[in-house]
Write a protein that binds this ligand. Structure first.
Ligand SMILES: C[S@@+](CC[C@H](N)C(=O)[O-])C[C@H]1O[C@@H](n2cnc3c(N)ncnc32)[C@H](O)[C@@H]1O
Length: 139
């Protein structure tokens, strides 16, 4: 992807922005998804930010696993600390860009990307196609 096609997350991760993200939980942010979640599922949370939703959602999948993917690597240490504080182990946080995902087809049951449609950039359709690809037949 050329630099001109890279979308920017304009809010950045100033402490005030992170604070405003940090009240978010699975139940107050992705209630629509929770009835569909099964304990064994593998989930990808794209643009996970400080990871509060990711960590909370991990408790809904005790036999599964959740990956928080985030382009801004500097926010991930606090996401990892939060997981550790809460004793959540079925989780990992990965630095990466949704524009250049590197997952095999069918590895996730659920993929979601919350509050970041602008992050799709002009290659949005291709990314969405790829996201459907990495979902398995249950997704
Ligand atoms: C509004 S925050 C939402 C954080 C979290 N999902 C939540 O709802 O609390 C959007 C996040 O998406 C990340 N992001 C933006 N574009 C991205 C991309 N192309 N790939 C991965 N992460 C991206 C930003 O760095 C930011 O942390």
């Amino acid at each position: 992807m050329s630099k001109s096609e890279t979308a920017t997350y304009t809010h950045g991760h100033h402490a005030s922005v992170v604070r405003s993200h940090s009240w978010r939980t699975a139940s107050n942010s992705i209630a629509f998804l929770l009835p569909l979640i099964k304990p064994h599922m593998k989930i990808l949370d794209i643009g996970c930010g400080p990871g509060t939703i990711t960590v909370d959602l991990a408790s809904y999948i005790p036999d599964g696993h959740i990956t928080g993917l985030e382009r801004a690597g500097n926010i991930l240490p606090s996401a990892r600390s939060l997981a550790q504080e809460k004793g959540v182990t079925n989780i990992d946080f990965v630095e990466g860009d949704a524009n250049a995902l590197d997952y095999e087809d069918g590895v996730f049951d659920v993929v979601f990307w919350l509050r970041n449609v602008v992050g799709l950039s002009r290659r949005g359709n291709r990314i969405m196609g790829f996201l459907f690809g990495i979902l398995n037949s249950l997704g």
